[in-house]
Design a protein around this ligand. Structure first.
Ligand SMILES: Nc1nc2c(ncn2[C@@H]2O[C@H](COP(=O)(O)OP(=O)(O)OP(=O)(O)O)[C@@H](O)[C@H]2O)c(=O)[nH]1
Ligand SMILES: [Mg+2]
Length: 477
């Protein structure tokens, strides 16, 4: 049974939560993270590490079971290739195990959501200096003279540590881009720029080293002083040097804080789950479909690019979890002309593993993209990612805006039997005539080129259940 699931978690390890009362008989939820903005450089430049090819074994085992009926097969096929990974996650063994089970083939995901908390620059410096003031001379040293000298060296050591240790944690906690899952690497690139990210981390590391060097040198100088007065002067000078080094890096630290906030908001993708990617032109009804299929509530509006970033959603069928991504719309144009939002969609298509494409088209002529352009986008994706053709579901949305009737098995029927429908022959001139004033002139071209598309209405619920079946069936191809 198609059951609602908890909202997509920003944390790497999903935690089961109760089924929503009164929710539709099945569904998935989508997260509502905020839009991602940033410089767009073509995501496809990233190497396809652990990409879609990884699903080969799963597909093979799935098709071997194809005669067992679609529901059971879908579930067992998914179970087979997920194997013990999923169970281990539920048992809370977490990320290390996930990496291990992928056998280095794939890359760890969820690293960006787990980035270290970056202390604001001023707060960090202030608290470091307060701690220095609390340093007391060691009681074990009997001579007051020596105790005071030693205290100066200790204070310098303390400030060095207070400043450098968190910087070290940042350098360690922010993963190198080439250690990320390719999809996350692409998201990072589109959000903050991979080169800027690497340069920033290298700068933070440089500051850390500078602080360590200056701190050590001055602490050593202070400890060698002959008098407390002399040590006091070295202390003052040393603290000033350390403070200055760090003060100059306000922009660096602000940027690191900003990057961490932006990157933590990016969607978490579980590389082990089957992923349904909604793709299509803007305003065609992708997010509405998400709402129909799930308990999720992504923003739906009658203007293009309502969805500005990738949003992950999940649904469960017979205890198995699946992943869905709502994506920003694509326009028919070159990569160079595409914006960051389209870049995110292309990155999802390029880098997500175990993918099924739900390609959404609006033939009413209302969405703002012509049917011809929508067909071009469809062709582009198919040409670019030919392996996806096998895992592809075509959808015509807004069927309620057309006149439709039950089909008796004639033109327009689908292999999904009783739920198949066709556009009513209202006008003898045109079998698929529509009583809609904005009908796109290339409407018939779409019917010819995409004869097996499923007509859907999120307004009336038409064929939503059929779509669910087709989605699970598509996994098995
Ligand atoms: N009549 C009708 N309108 C629909 C249907 N599905 C979506 N719409 C309308 O189409 C408009 C766009 O819907 P969205 O779901 O936001 O489309 P989208 O593809 O996610 O749009 P972007 O996020 O901008 O790419 C909204 O006004 C919806 O109410 C449908 O089945 N029938
Ligand atoms: Mg949308």
């Amino acid at each position: 049974m198609w059951t609602p699931t908890p909202s997509s978690s920003p944390t790497p390890t999903p935690t089961p939560t109760p089924t929503r009362t009164g929710a539709p008989s099945g569904g998935w939820t989508s997260s509502s993270r905020r839009g991602v903005e940033g410089r767009f450089t073509l995501a496809l430049a990233f190497p396809s590490v652990g990409g879609r090819g990884n699903s080969g074994a799963a597909s093979a085992s799935a098709s071997a079971s194809a005669s067992r009926g679609w529901r059971g097969v879908a579930c067992s096929a998914v179970k087979e290739h997920q194997g013990s990974d999923w169970k281990a996650e539920e048992e809370g063994e977490g990320l290390e195990l996930e990496l291990e089970l992928q056998g280095g083939r794939g890359r760890l995901t969820g690293r960006l959501q787990g980035l270290p908390q970056v202390a604001p620059h001023g707060e960090h410096l202030g608290s470091a200096l307060r701690r220095v003031n609390r340093v007391t001379p060691p009681k074990t040293v009997k001579s007051k003279h020596k105790r005071e000298i030693s205290a100066c060296a200790m204070k310098l050591d303390a400030l060095t540590k207070e400043l450098a240790v968190p910087l070290g944690k940042y350098v360690k906690g922010f993963p190198a881009v080439d250690r990320l899952h390719p999809f996350e690497a692409a998201l990072l690139h589109l959000t903050v720029g991979a080169d800027k990210y690497e340069a920033l981390l290298s700068r933070v590391n440089g500051v850390r080293k500078k602080i360590l060097d200056a701190g050590k040198a001055n602490a050593s100088r202070a400890s060698k002083c002959k008098s407390p007065k002399e040590a006091g002067l070295v202390l003052e000078e040393g603290l000033g040097v350390l403070e200055n080094i760090y003060k100059k890096e306000e922009t660096t630290m602000d940027k690191l804080l900003y990057f961490a906030q932006q990157l933590r908001r990016l969607p978490f993708v579980d590389p082990k789950l089957e992923t349904f990617v909604l793709a299509g032109a803007p305003n065609v009804g992708k997010s509405s479909l998400v709402v129909s299929l799930s308990s999720g509530q992504p923003e739906v509006c009658n203007y293009p690019f309502t969805t500005k970033t990738i949003k992950m959603g999940h649904f469960d069928v017979a205890g198995e979890r699946y992943q869905v991504t709502d994506t920003p719309g694509l326009l028919s144009r070159s990569d160079e002309e595409r914006n960051e939002m389209e870049g995110l969609t292309m990155a999802a298509l390029e880098h997500l593993d175990n993918l099924v494409v739900l390609f959404v088209m609006d033939l009413t002529g209302e969405c703002g993209t012509t049917v011809k352009d929508q067909l071009d986008i469809r062709r582009e994706i198919m040409t670019r990612f030919p392996e996806m053709k096998a895992k592809w579901v075509d959808i015509f949305t807004k069927a309620d805006m057309f006149s439709i009737k039950e089909d008796e098995g004639g033109a327009g029927s689908t292999e999904w039997g009783g739920e198949a429908r066709v556009i009513e022959d209202r006008d003898s001139r045109d079998k698929y005539h529509v009583d809609h004033e904005f009908l796109d002139p290339d409407y018939n071209l779409a019917l010819k080129q995409v004869p097996n598309a499923l007509w859907i209405s999120t307004m009336t619920g038409l064929n939503v259940d059929t779509l669910k079946k087709m989605m699970l069936q598509a996994i098995l191809v």
